[in-house]
Design a protein around this ligand. Sequence first.
Ligand code: ADP
Ligand code: MG
Length: 459
Amino acid sequence: MTQEQWGALRQELFKTVGQNNFKTWIEPIEFSDLSDGVVTFNVPTNFIGNYVSQNYGDLILHQMTRSGHAVQRVHFAVAANTAARPSAPSATCTPAAAPSATPSPVSETRDLAMTGAPLDARFTFDSFVVGKPNELANAAARRVAEGGPVTFNPLFLYGGVGLGKTHLMHAIAWELQTHRPDLNVLYLSAEQFMYRFVQALRDRKMMDFKELFRSVDVLMVDDVQFIAGKDSTQEEFFHTFNALVDQNKQIIISADRAPGEIKDLEDRIKSRLQCGLVVDLHPTDYELRLGILQSKVESYRAQYPDLQLADGVIEFLAHRISTNVRVLEGALTRLFAFASLVGREITMELTQDCLSDVLRASERKISVEEIQRKVAEHYNIRLSDMIGPKRVRSFARPRQIAMYLCKQMTSRSLPEIGRRFGGRDHTTVMHGVKRVEELRTQDAQISDDLELLRRALEA
Ligand code: ADP
Ligand code: MG
């Protein structure tokens, strides 16, 4: 087959696959050779080769056979020297390089190079409230934000939604931009990483892509769980990651769970991600929620100087709203906006009215069984002994504690609770609850146990 014949075949393919697919997949492949029934095409990357082979291999075979060529197999070879084709100058990501007004190949490449995801001006270390659940993550983030010698690579931050991962990532980026302007910092989400990767493949700019990602000093990738199951993106991420680690460049990654727990993530990537420092943001506790709300209220005071806030409202919200800080902030914002609209003091009643849906949604539905199980576990007794008839202290005390927690944390009535504790009478439950209330103030151990159990159940 000659190049001219391949040209004619391409026209046929164009009609069959449509313009977009043609541009993305067929155009990048080059006819190289046909011998012994094997047709070979050069492709810029393995990814394109695999894709075309899987999706258009049969079609190519069919059309070639139809036009009289003896072909049994289509083969794709990654061209050794795709870089040799004329392309834009290599990418840089110097923040100072302003995009030029007239789009030229150069500025196009630069644009691709420079734009990380925009940073949120509110997400700084100053505005990050530190408490027990996030102090380790905060300390680690501050350490890498100093931009000193790389001590742990990568820094892997993980935690549930709305616990401050993105906030901390942005804070690091801000800090580095301010104090280490000499460093190229690139922050983006894993989704954007994939998008750029695919775009580079399509535009045949893989060399630029690789060069860009290998030329940063600090690479920050948010929500890395997104690439799980996306094989070619994972592959590219893995190579980028290794290249940077080899150069001793800092990498900071976030995810919604620990590396080992991300499903459909290649094992070699998991183990790479675990190589550095892995820290998690724990679900917020009452104190942290209170701290965050107080700092938010402070900033609202400037915005709504006349607004009155009744005692206890902030505590109520910290207690009742779930661990997700985004939800907490949203609730407060709505409350202030509503109160200023109607020109009334923020009372408990107004709060409950205004936020009834949020409060309902974040009502934790903790079951009696859950409490019984947790308490039995905590005191190392069997569930059957907790519920059963034995009255020895070592079973009776945990039983009373479980009853107390059921009364506090569920909406069950005393008779209902009694029924679930082996059919006990409601007066027995009442007695148990009273006893624990007394002990709570007298016995530090019991008060600690209660606090621990409450936290564990609320988490
Ligand atoms: P994630 O990325 O973990 O889902 P974000 O970083 O987007 O969560 O945080 C959600 C919201 O909660 C943001 O507005 C963020 O500023 C705020 N937030 C989370 N944790 C804190 C904290 N410790 N102090 C102040 N604001 C916080
Ligand atoms: Mg986030």
